[in-house]
Ligand binder design. Structure first.
Ligand code: GLC
Ligand code: CA
Length: 561
């Protein structure tokens, strides 16, 4: 079924780092308003804003202390209304992050809940713990070794699967759920066009609280299985859909994250699930050993075999049943240019190749701010330049455990969430055009070479290439096949080339992307090329049924029937 959000091109904004209009070093809502023309020019028409709610900013806004207020560093509710209005005038829709798993410990609900007699007590999860003042179980959180924090005044622990300043909400408690539904309706009534639902897989816990076997990965163990994708999550989401989402023409994307397969995704967003429109999974994000090569040192080469298998799984597994969001990175991941591109030797070619792969797959693309100009990880020399709580926790833990500080630094440089949170590089002037003051987090020094202004002037830039592909997707002869066509890998086991076809109602496209710096060849077999749709080199290179793809070359052809 056709839907506006299937045909949209999304763009994720990390407000703190996008544009600082009032010069206090922190990006803000007025900054987004000022850059709406830039976004309209680029051609995107669906913005996902990371949280702008009132927050003590322990986790840059994911720790909400007032769901109905705007953080003063980001602006005011009037600014937000103006943003909605200005966006609407440009036919740009806006979805907000909706944080349902936890609040800040500074939220009035939690403050009240600290009193045992409070009607808000059951909004959160409390437990007396084991004899001897021990945690109720051994579950870890995403940010800390234990997901339990002792609360001295009430002599109980509370649960937090993220930081200890983010106590988990108790979804078993209907009055709490009603409050969240009311809040979500309030934003929809204000005019937002949907939500990216944060950490949605975790709303339910395994309530026997049995110890976990601690089989996780990463530098320390996480116990996802005990609070991820449990059956009851779907009941809650169906309820929320019934009471909130179904009443509006909106789009909802749930962050389901790692370890969820096709079946899990279909449970959330499949036919008749009546929960969400699509889910973000992370499977394709760490296919270069950036994450798990910590023990063995770095071999930062894209594992194209698994990357292709992963895309095949999601592209074919959901086709005709559900819908995929497409993205290379979000604010929790390193820059894709540093993950799968070659920013040193082939920045333009590899950036365009990655854009081609993303924009020609099946689903709704979400470009992450700065991706369109090829921003990279900053590789800060000093650990103290990193600001993210979870990054700092991890680094400290690894150092405490006696790991080689050089390796720890490399690990952080490669994996930190701050990699994607450095200020947007608007121009090559002082401070990269982000704002007049020293930004809250250090600018990536490569802003002199990599910035929006320079790329807007250069017709051959990555920015202009993104713009072209966005235009193809939104309105062109190829729109339907790009948006609605099916996906099939071509030459599935080619070691260097990611090639696939897209087919829709009599039209077929072939997309071929060389993921490496060595020239590679793709035999076309029975396929006959009709017309070039896109390419990142000035001239194509086809001889007698073979595509010759130079370093990071990407081509798209319409095929003859
Ligand atoms: C999600 C967000 C992440 C945040 C966490 C807790 O994973 O993407 O940035 O830290 O939820 O809200
Ligand atoms: Ca500001």
């Amino acid at each position: 079924m056709r839907k506006w959000w299937k045909e949209a091109v999304g763009y994720q904004i990390y407000p703190k780092s996008f544009y600082d209009a009032n010069g206090d070093g922190v990006g803000d809502i007025r900054g987004i308003i000022e850059k709406l023309d830039y976004l309209q020019d680029l051609g995107v028409n669906l913005l996902w804003l990371c949280p702008v709610y009132k927050s003590p900013m322990d986790d840059n806004g994911y720790d909400v202390s007032d769901y109905y207020g705007i953080a003063p560093e980001f602006g005011t509710m009037d600014d937000f209304r103006e943003l909605l209005q200005e966006a609407k005038e440009r036919n740009i829709k806006i979805i907000m992050d909706l944080v349902l798993n936890h609040t800040s410990d500074e939220h009035p609900w939690f403050q009240a809940a600290c009193q045992e007699s409070s009607p808000y007590r059951d909004f959160y999860i409390w437990h007396p713990g084991k004899p001897g003042g021990k945690e109720p179980n051994n579950w870890g959180s995403f940010f800390t070794p234990s997901c339990w924090e002792w609360h001295e005044p009430s002599q109980k622990f509370y649960m937090h699967i993220f930081s200890k300043k983010m106590p988990d909400l108790n979804w078993r408690h209907r009055p709490m759920r009603e409050k969240l539904y009311e809040m979500a309706r309030w934003w929809l009534d204000l005019g937002v066009d949907g939500f990216r639902v944060d950490a949605v897989a975790h709303l339910e816990r395994q309530w026997d609280l049995a110890d976990s076997s601690k089989s996780g990965h990463g530098p320390y163990r996480e116990d996802w299985g005990k609070f991820s994708n449990l059956p009851k999550v779907h009941e809650y989401l169906r309820e929320m859909h019934e009471e909130v989402f179904s009443k509006y023409d909106i789009v909802t994307v749930g962050e389901v994250g790692g370890d969820a397969g096709i079946d899990a995704a279909l449970n959330y967003a499949g036919p008749g699930s009546n929960q969400l429109d699509m889910v973000f999974t992370f499977d394709h994000c760490w296919m270069n050993r950036g994450w798990n090569s910590y023990e063995s040192g770095w071999h930062n080469r894209t594992d194209l075999y698994w990357l292709k298998q992963t895309f095949k799984k999601w592209q074919t597994g959901l086709y005709g049943k559900a819908w995929n969001p497409l993205y290379w990175l979000n604010h929790d991941h390193p820059r894709v240019m540093s993950q799968y591109g070659d920013p040193e030797n082939f920045p333009k070619e590899s950036g365009k190749m990655l854009a081609t792969a993303l924009m020609f797959m099946w689903g709704t693309p979400f470009i992450y701010n700065g991706e369109e100009i090829g921003m990279t990880n900053p590789n800060y020399e000093e650990l103290s330049d990193y600001k993210d709580q979870s990054t700092m926790e991890k680094a400290q833990r690894l150092l405490d455990a006696g790991h080689d500080p050089k390796l720890v630094k490399r690990y952080i440089q490669t994996t930190s969430r701050d990699n994607s949170r450095t200020p947007m590089q608007w121009d090559d002037g002082a401070g990269g055009g982000f704002g007049s003051q020293t930004p809250w987090i250090k600018m990536n020094p490569n802003y002199k070479q990599v910035n929006a202004k320079q790329q807007i002037l250069d017709k051959d830039s990555l920015y202009h290439y993104y713009k072209k592909l966005i235009a193809l997707r939104r309105a062109s002869h190829y729109k339907d096949v790009m948006v609605y066509g099916d996906f099939a890998l071509f030459d599935e086991f080619h070691p260097n080339i990611f090639a696939f076809t897209r087919h829709y109602q009599g039209m077929t496209l072939l997309v071929a992307c060389n993921f490496f710096a060595e020239t590679a060849y793709l035999g076309l077999g029975p396929l006959a090329l009709k017309e070039e749709v896109a390419s990142n080199y000035p001239d194509a290179n086809v001889y007698e049924g073979t595509l010759c793809l130079r370093p990071y070359e990407a081509v798209v052809y319409e095929l003859k029937n």
